[in-house]
Write a protein that binds this ligand. Structure first.
Ligand code: PRX
Length: 660
């Protein structure tokens, strides 16, 4: 059985894939987690997670581990009570680590701030008091639309502290996307900034919120962090400066305990239909698994390590591995506002050198970009502090994996390729740096306490050496609890394809050793630079343009970004005038790209727009994206027999300009 997985094969180099790397002896000897963890978890999975939950500080210790009486609606540690922000901040201060640096903030223009755990506690407490003054109470939703500045971390923790679920919206999203997320979560307050720095310039955020809030009457107040000092429009009855209101609050705030299943946050992710899904995460199980996996997979030693995750706080990686996991563990970490090439292409390595970063977590698309920029750039910096290198967000091709290990990790630091999703909340499949003999480009093994396998179309486990679909076979503590406001969509999307098992939407190969290698999405979600973008969302943005009659979007393999958005559009009037394939012209292409950028945000802009007279459809009217991908990737066409009219493909091809 060969599922129609996105063709990652072009990225897979057979030579590098066969190499093996044992853990460094010194790391293995002192590793936080050893092979015994797998045995312990295999023998008693729930007992294993109950023990990991005790890494947290509970106001009421949970007696029950998992309630799975109403599957797939899980309740973990449900009779326990805790305060997530207390666990991430206060308890480290109480344990005598108040002077330890929590955040080394590095602004893009070069400004920097070191914030200790004691200072973070004060700031989170002040922000919690400010939210309370603004009328936010337990259970109210707060939208957060901020650049990568310390206030983003503080805002999230302040929400957690008062039991108000946050909904962080990535700073690159457009007003439409912000408005629809605010409306879906029914947020009453938005936290934003005047702007942030990107590529050497201030980039405004508040106008986007102003436009979004004009359409979301439920928003009562907008709290604005002053970051860039740029001019902003101001509504006196609604807007309030963060520095003013947070600045005048008391630093005393008593964190109230909430039930382990109290909602912690909603985070929207692209689905296979146009409407983003609000993924709901709760408190105790989420914090247990993010904390444990960060401790295990990065082998974090909080006294000596300096950790840096380069993700944005607007994505799940930022939630779980900048805010909750590392802070629950009392880590010292770098928070960087900007892009890797501002003001120069060695910026990341300069930061590693400056802070002596020991644990780095980044995305394959970044690694491939660094490879392209040249080996000589990282070679100019002292990277000898690095001891574990993480990868996340998309399959990492073996060449990039080996380059990361050789050129960033000095041929010594283990690469941990971590597979997980917004929905899983925390890492699920990953090597352990002190245990696993690693294979380039493979996430390999489910973490202790996690059960995953690869199945065929009939839900049968595939034999070693075969491809199929990745499924998770047991509930896990940080699993999504539902899709916000839409239990049915939760059931349909994740639990109906293979009853009783969680369907991740990814293709996977079970290799000869039984290890898991991820192959990419099998649904209509593209992974562009590790960001999930749904084909349906881009299509609906395109058809909202007056000149577009129909659109089909595919993710084409791209050596740097993993996939690139390629759009096939039929212009209005095409049919009547006999087909105007290729007639769009560069002016219209640019306009359509901008239109998508305005509607969804710049990350969703198509790389290429191809104007065509027809789209290939099956008899049931489904667009055959597989064939469009063949075109977009300049391949021979696959099987066209299910098309209504196979000459459509010739018609499409004949009208296209030569591939770039
Ligand atoms: O396709 C998988 C890919 O990213 C998807 C989840 O995207 P998102 O919810 O945005 O979370 C990204 C950060 C956790 C998955 O379904 N993915 C993520 N990590 C990997 C990966 N694919 C292969 N290898 C990975 N390590």
């Amino acid at each position: 059985m060969t599922p129609s997985v996105r063709d990652g094969a072009s990225l897979v180099g057979r030579t590098e894939e066969g190499r093996r790397f044992a853990p460094p002896a010194d790391l293995a000897a002192a590793a936080n987690v050893t092979a015994a963890a797998y045995e312990q978890a295999d023998a008693d999975r729930l007992g294993f997670w109950a023990e990991q939950a005790r890494r947290l500080t509970w106001a009421t210790e949970p007696a029950e581990t998992l309630d799975w009486s109403n599957p797939p609606f899980a309740r973990w540690f449900a009779d326990g009570e805790l305060n997530v922000a207390y666990n991430c901040v206060d308890r480290h201060v109480e344990a005598g680590h108040g002077d330890r640096i929590a955040l080394y903030f590095e602004g893009e223009p070069g400004d920097s701030r070191a914030i200790s755990y004691a200072e973070l506690k004060d700031e989170v407490s002040r922000a919690a008091n400010a939210l309370t003054e603004l009328g936010v109470t337990q259970g109210d939703r707060v939208a957060v639309y901020l650049p990568m500045i310390p206030e983003a971390v503080v805002a999230m923790l302040a929400c957690a502290r008062i039991g108000a679920p946050h909904s962080v919206i990535f700073g690159g999203f457009s007003a439409d996307a912000v408005a629809s997320r605010i409306a879906d979560a029914d947020a009453k307050l938005v936290i934003t900034a005047d702007g942030g720095y990107r590529r050497g310039k201030p980039s405004a955020l508040k106008p986007v919120v102003d436009a979004a809030v004009a359409r979301t009457p439920q928003v009562e107040r907008v709290l604005v962090v002053r970051r860039t000092g740029q001019d902003v429009a101001w509504d006196d009855t609604r807007d309030v400066w963060w520095q003013e209101i947070v600045g005048r609050q008391s630093a005393a705030h008593t964190p109230e305990p909430f039930g382990a299943e109290h909602p912690l946050f909603i985070l929207y992710t692209s689905g296979t239909t146009g409407k983003p899904k609000g993924i709901l995460h709760t408190s105790g199980g989420y914090l247990t698994q993010t904390g444990y996996t960060h401790h295990a997979v990065f082998d974090l030693k909080p006294e000596t390590d300096v950790y840096w995750c380069t993700a944005d706080i607007g994505w799940i990686t930022g939630h779980s591995y900048i805010v909750y996991g590392p802070l629950a563990n009392g880590a010292t970490q770098v928070l960087y506002e900007g892009t890797p090439d501002t003001p120069h292409r060695g910026r990341f390595w300069e930061i590693v050198q400056k802070y002596g970063v020991t644990l780095l977590y980044t995305a394959p698309t970044a690694v491939r970009t660094f490879m392209k920029w040249g080996d000589d750039i990282p070679a100019r910096f002292d990277l000898s502090s690095l001891r574990v290198l993480g990868s996340v967000g998309e399959p990492i091709n073996p060449e990039a994996w080996v380059w990361y290990r050789e050129h960033i990790g000095a041929g010594r630091a283990p690469v941990v390729d971590t597979w997980w999703q917004t929905e899983t909340g925390a890492m699920m499949i990953s090597p352990l740096p002190g245990v696993t003999v690693t294979k380039p480009g493979s996430a390999q093994v489910p973490l202790p306490g996690i059960a995953a396998t690869v199945v065929d179309d009939e839900a049968r486990e595939v034999p070693a050496g075969s491809d199929g679909y990745l499924v998770l076979t047991e509930p896990w503590p940080s699993m999504l609890r539902t899709v916000w406001g839409d239990d049915q969509r939760y059931l349909d999307t994740y639990w109906s394809r293979f009853p009783g098992r969680y369907f991740a939407g990814d293709g996977a190969r079970k290799d000869e050793d039984g290890d898991i290698r991820l192959l990419g999405r099998v649904d209509d979600v593209m992974l562009v630079s590790g960001h999930n973008i749904s084909t349906a969302e881009v299509e609906s943005a395109l058809v909202s343009h007056p000149e577009v009659a129909e659109a089909a979007v595919v993710g084409a393999a791209d050596a740097t970004t993993g996939q690139a958005v390629v759009a096939f559009v039929i212009l209005r009037g095409s049919a009547e005038d006999g087909g105007r394939a290729g007639a769009g012209g560069p002016g219209l292409d640019a306009e359509l790209r901008d239109h998508v950028g305005r509607t969804l945000g710049p990350i969703a802009k198509p790389r290429r727009i191809l104007t065509v007279p027809e789209l290939p459809k099956t008899r049931s009217g489904k667009i055959m994206r597989r064939l469009l991908r063949d075109i977009a990737e300049n391949r021979e066409l696959g099987d066209v027999t299910t098309l209504t009219d196979s000459s459509v493909m010739d018609l499409i091809r004949s009208g296209l300009p030569a591939a770039p």
